[in-house]
Design a protein around this ligand. Structure first.
Ligand SMILES: NC(=O)c1ccc[n+]([C@@H]2O[C@H](COP(=O)([O-])OP(=O)(O)OC[C@H]3O[C@@H](n4cnc5c(N)ncnc54)[C@H](OP(=O)(O)O)[C@@H]3O)[C@@H](O)[C@H]2O)c1
Length: 409
């Protein structure tokens, strides 16, 4: 596993650089557009927006379209196609609706594609961008958890670059010696610990969705915020890291670092540890993927070390945060288990946000689904999109059953 080669940025031969944002109305999408606006106001970059996409938020997507003038916009919800067309009537912007339209957005000729759809829904479009050789800035970690080997093989084959957006993976990417991966002894993924880092398990049992999404350091979408509260986010990131970097998953450690200043670290065989630091603002890692291998200014606040004053670290508590154990077990088991973990978690998180299950049920449901599926896991790896989608559908169905059973109890 792991993308072993760093490739150079796509040449644009004097023409403006074309950019597509999948999931432009979300937290990462909005930060990306903010950064593009910042770059264009400074006259730093000649950029054309090829496509922007959303799930259902027609209003925000239409507003972005009026402002950034993409050639194509699409919503995943097919029933909203007419609304989107009406909102942009009179403008020279093509529109589309449905899953195929999101894939069309990914297939259009952009040099750099931000993959910022949340969940496994991002897998097919991200793969489309990878398959045509675009440089893929990858925020959508779930697509690597669900089908990491499929996505990285597509990137390798088509010759684009995989540029990690997740702040931890972006940090590692910046300090990882891709020419000497065998000189790396450990990757240390830092975790803020989320809003319940110091909570007792009994308190977590009655945590509300509003409490779970109130992340202490980062402002993010609802699903990743809940994943941070259960620490499943770090479990997904463990699997993501094992796909991006040429190391064994056993070499990847998780370390709680509540200040979120050190975004992750790489330890070399001689004992040297290289880290990337910054304020908790996603515009820094996004800027790094946008300009890579160059650098571009970002409006994010710069670190004030005297103000930060103290950096602290602690080992993660696997008893209060069982999601970390589940993710480790899933990657050890391989095959369909990571895709199963991801899909079951997505269903359980959605049920929690809807008020259907309790906070601690999220990991419990995921564990139940993993236990049910483990008997069928007879593959060492998952190598096709069809296998990934089948594992994903099965896990969603089983998780829905668990949610219904909890609701009925
Ligand atoms: N936010 C962060 O700071 C952060 C940091 C690291 C990694 N990430 C990762 O980046 C990804 C996006 O996170 P986010 O926080 O930006 O999420 P978010 O705020 O919930 O935004 C998700 C985006 O995906 C769209 N979307 C949702 N479901 C879709 C579907 N079924 N088909 C097509 N589009 C769909 C949403 O459209 P609507 O607006 O219409 O719903 C929105 O544009 C996630 O994988 C997350 O783990 C996020």
């Amino acid at each position: 596993m792991g993308v072993t080669e760093i490739r150079s940025r796509k040449e644009t031969a004097g023409r403006p650089r074309k950019i597509t944002i999948l999931g432009s109305t979300g937290s990462i999408g909005v930060s990306t557009l903010d950064l593009l606006e910042f770059a264009s106001k400074r006259g730093e970059a000649e950029i054309e927006i090829e496509a922007l996409t959303a799930n259902r938020n027609v209003e925000a997507l239409a507003e972005q379209a009026r402002k950034f003038k993409p050639k194509f916009v699409a919503v995943a919800d097919e029933t909203l196609g007419d609304d989107l067309r009406a909102a942009l009537s009179g403008l020279d912007i093509e529109t589309g609706a449905g899953a195929a339209a999101i894939e069309e957005a990914a297939e259009r000729d952009a040099d750099w594609v931000m993959a910022a759809i949340v969940g496994a829904a991002g897998l097919r479009p991200t793969l489309k961008a990878a398959e045509r050789g675009a440089d893929v800035a990858l925020a959508n970690k779930e697509c690597l958890v669900c089908a990491g080997d499929v996505v990285t093989a597509a990137i390798e084959k088509a010759g684009g670059a995989l540029l990690p957006v997740d702040s931890e993976h972006n940090a590692i990417f910046q300090v990882f010696d891709f020419e000497r991966p065998n000189r790396i002894s450990r990757l240390i993924l830092t975790a803020s610990g989320g809003p319940f880092r110091t909570w007792k398990k009994e308190e977590m049992a009655s945590a509300s969705p509003a409490q779970a999404v109130a992340h202490p350091n980062w402002s993010m979408g609802a699903k990743i915020s809940v994943d941070s509260a259960t620490m499943m986010n770090k479990g997904l990131e463990l699997i993501e890291a094992a796909h991006i970097f040429p190391v064994l998953h056993e070499q990847i450690e998780i370390l709680v670092h509540p200040q979120s200043v050190i975004h992750s670290m790489v330890e070399y065989v001689d004992g040297s540890v290289l880290a990337q630091l910054g304020t908790p603002d996603m515009r820094t890692p996004i800027a790094s993927t946008l300009a890579w291998p160059d650098r571009t200014p970002s409006p994010s606040a710069k670190l004030n070390f005297a103000e930060v004053a103290k950096l602290t670290f602690e080992a993660p508590d696997l008893e209060r945060f069982p999601a970390l154990r589940l993710a480790r077990e899933a990657i050890e088991a391989g095959g369909i288990m990571p895709a199963t973990l991801n899909a079951a978690n997505e269903i359980a998180v959605a049920a929690f946000l809807d008020g259907g299950v309790k906070f601690l049920d999220i990991a419990a449901i995921t564990e139940q689904v993993l236990a049910k599926v483990s008997r069928q896991n007879d593959q060492a790896s998952l190598t096709t999109l069809e296998e990934a989608m089948a594992a994903d559908s099965q896990a969603r169905r089983l998780a829905e059953e668990c949610v219904a059973a909890k609701a009925a109890a």
